[in-house]
Design a binder for this molecule. Structure first.
Ligand code: PEP
Ligand code: MG
Length: 547
């Protein structure tokens, strides 16, 4: 038994034989051609054929994994029209009098090296795409149908890495899971794996040897592992886990695509809470209406230095694109208290939960705040992003925030950088002060989202991190419920929506009460979306109010 650990792209258990993805490794021959013009015409024809194939793949992906994920094949089509790329190929053919396959191969190598050496993670990702597009043309030129062997029995697909067209061409009913040596969690393959809901682990390194081809293995997507040749005990444990997961999933799966509507017709949005991009698969698999809380501070926590604007932009953009038009509420960094990042050099505090955290850091260190706002606004051009600010206690803070946002918007406008001019901006209601002035706050923002975790901490004066106080930490305390009602009434009086993104939102024993308060959105962990939907659909508010 061998256990390899990589990065989880999508959770769940897959059990089956490993099939190493086989490509035609044929090398390209350099041939002399007499008539360069004729060879260029041959290339042009192959290019047209490649464009048709890509259109077919786009249509297939559009049906299977949605518009945002299908977009990669549009990018490939665009690459086919890239003037530098085309000029390089035709130049090589005409100046060196060589065959088109060779010219395309050399150009692909040059361009992919160039992309790979760029600082920008997005551009690095294009290295695989230019190879993918070029291989397609070369295969057409040399009369090959693709090179890869069709997968004929359900198996775990292992590979060095898979390019998007390889992933989408696989017969999904035959794929139990993915395991790759390389690849990034932002790669399109990872995104596709997530969207398809297939257990996947990437970055296993060279230890994932082709010698394992044909061996039994278990992908434990929850732990980012592949267990090759598992012993009986491990296999039995994994089978049990898989069975439990399946049973639970099937029960709830019938609720996918259904409305979050009570028996008497009241609707509510059910969104998901996420901490990073790898959670998005679960969001989509569980059919969330959107993301109600993206805790952006995880980006900062996972980093050893301040994430740059570009790094953040890539993450927010990928998230927005994955959500394909559904709303994604991204919360600005909530560092401090229990979430400490050394490079912020926050001074030691006796009482960090009541200290320099979240918006207080952003307002005292605007350069950090502005970097994040620029990234968020830039990403808003790629989807339906809303920005949310944590730990608000006063109208004054919101006014200050709005001033800074206005400055950043102006800068972007001056630079000609597009962003969503109508971007929604809201605040977390997670301090008693915010509840008490929620009538005034509601006039300043587009929405409220109640953070019941902190609201409980600050209202009941109980450190949420202190386990010994668990018995006293009661988010269902009438004080909290009254505060929720007060904030909801004030939100509605000002015509804005209100959600709950603290853990209490997933407390099914309170769903009816939340509905009656008129809460417009509940944002819960992805795994709670369908149970919550079930609860909502069983609720009859007319009967309850008559009681
Ligand atoms: C909350 O306080 O309820 C909340 C959602 O934010 P966090 O748990 O990240 O503090
Ligand atoms: Mg909070």
């Amino acid at each position: 038994m061998t256990t390899l650990t990589g990065k989880s792209v999508f959770g769940g258990i897959a059990i089956g034989r490993i099939s190493f993805y086989k490509r035609d490794q044929g090398t390209i021959q350099r041939r002399h051609v007499e008539d360069a013009g004729q060879e260029i015409a041959r290339f042009e024809q192959a290019k047209e054929q490649a464009a048709k194939e890509l259109q077919g793949l786009y249509d297939k992906a559009l049906q299977e994994v949605g518009e945002a994920n299908a977009a990669i094949f549009e990018i490939h089509q665009m690459m086919l029209e890239d003037l530098d790329y085309l000029e390089s190929i035709t130049n090589i053919i005409s100046t060196q009098k060589v065959n088109a396959e060779y010219a395309v191969g050399v150009t692909a190598d040059n361009f992919s090296q160039m992309f790979a050496s760029m600082d920008d993670a997005y551009m690095q990702g294009r290295a695989a795409d230019v190879k993918d597009v070029s291989d397609r043309i070369i295969n057409i030129l040399s009369g090959k149908t693709g090179g890869e062997e069709a997968v004929t029995a359900p198996c775990i697909i292992a590979a060095d890495d898979l390019v998007p067209s390889e992933t989408v061409q696989l017969d999904k009913s035959m794929v139990l899971g993915f395991a790759t040596m390389y690849g990034s969690s932002n790669s399109h393959t990872a995104i596709l794996a997530r969207t398809m809901g297939i257990p996947a682990v990437i970055g296993l390194g060279a230890a994932l040897s082709p010698a394992y081809d044909g061996q039994m293995a278990v992908i434990d997507g929850d732990n980012g592992q592949i267990i090759i040749d598992p012993d009986e005990e491990t296999l039995a444990a994994m089978e049990k886990k898989q069975k439990e997961q399946k049973a639970r999933k099937e029960l709830l799966l019938s609720l996918r695509g259904q409305d979050n509507v009570t028996l008497d017709g009241k609707r509510i949005d059910v969104f998901a809470n996420i901490g990073n991009l790898s959670d998005l698969g679960m969001v989509l698999q569980n059919d969330a209406g959107g993301v109600g809380l993206f805790r952006s501070e995880f980006l900062y926590l996972e980093s050893s230095d301040y994430p740059t604007e570009e790094e953040q932009f890539q993450v927010y953009k990928t998230a927005a694109m994955n959500m394909a038009g559904k709303k994604i509420v991204i919360r600005t960094l909530d560092i401090g208290a229990d979430k400490q990042a050394g490079y912020f050099h926050l001074p030691h505090e006796e009482n960090p939960a009541m200290g320099m955290r979240a918006i207080r850091i952003c307002l005292t260190r605007p350069e950090i705040f502005k970097t994040q706002l620029r990234a968020l606004l830039r990403a808003s051009a790629f989807g339906k992003i809303a920005i949310m600010f944590p730990m608000i206690t006063a109208v004054k803070e919101v006014k200050q925030i709005k001033e800074i946002v206005a400055q950043v918007k102006q800068e972007l406008t001056n630079e000609g950088i597009p962003f969503d001019q109508e971007i929604e901006m809201g605040i977390m209601i997670e301090t008693p002060a915010a509840v008490m002035v929620s009538d005034q706050l509601a006039k300043e923002v587009d929405f409220f989202s109640v953070g019941t975790n902190d609201l409980t901490q600050y209202t009941l004066a109980i450190d949420r991190q202190n386990q010994t106080l668990d018995a006293f930490y009661d988010p269902r305390h009438p004080a909290i419920l009254r505060m929720l009602k007060m904030a909801a009434d004030n939100a509605h009086a000002a015509g804005i929506w209100i959600g709950i993104c603290g853990e209490l939102g997933a407390d099914l024993s309170l769903t009816e009460e939340f509905l009656r308060m008129g809460i417009d959105e509940l944002s819960v962990s992805p795994g709670m979306i369908l149970p919550l939907r079930q609860k909502i659909r069983e609720t009859d508010l007319s009967r309850l109010t008559q009681k």
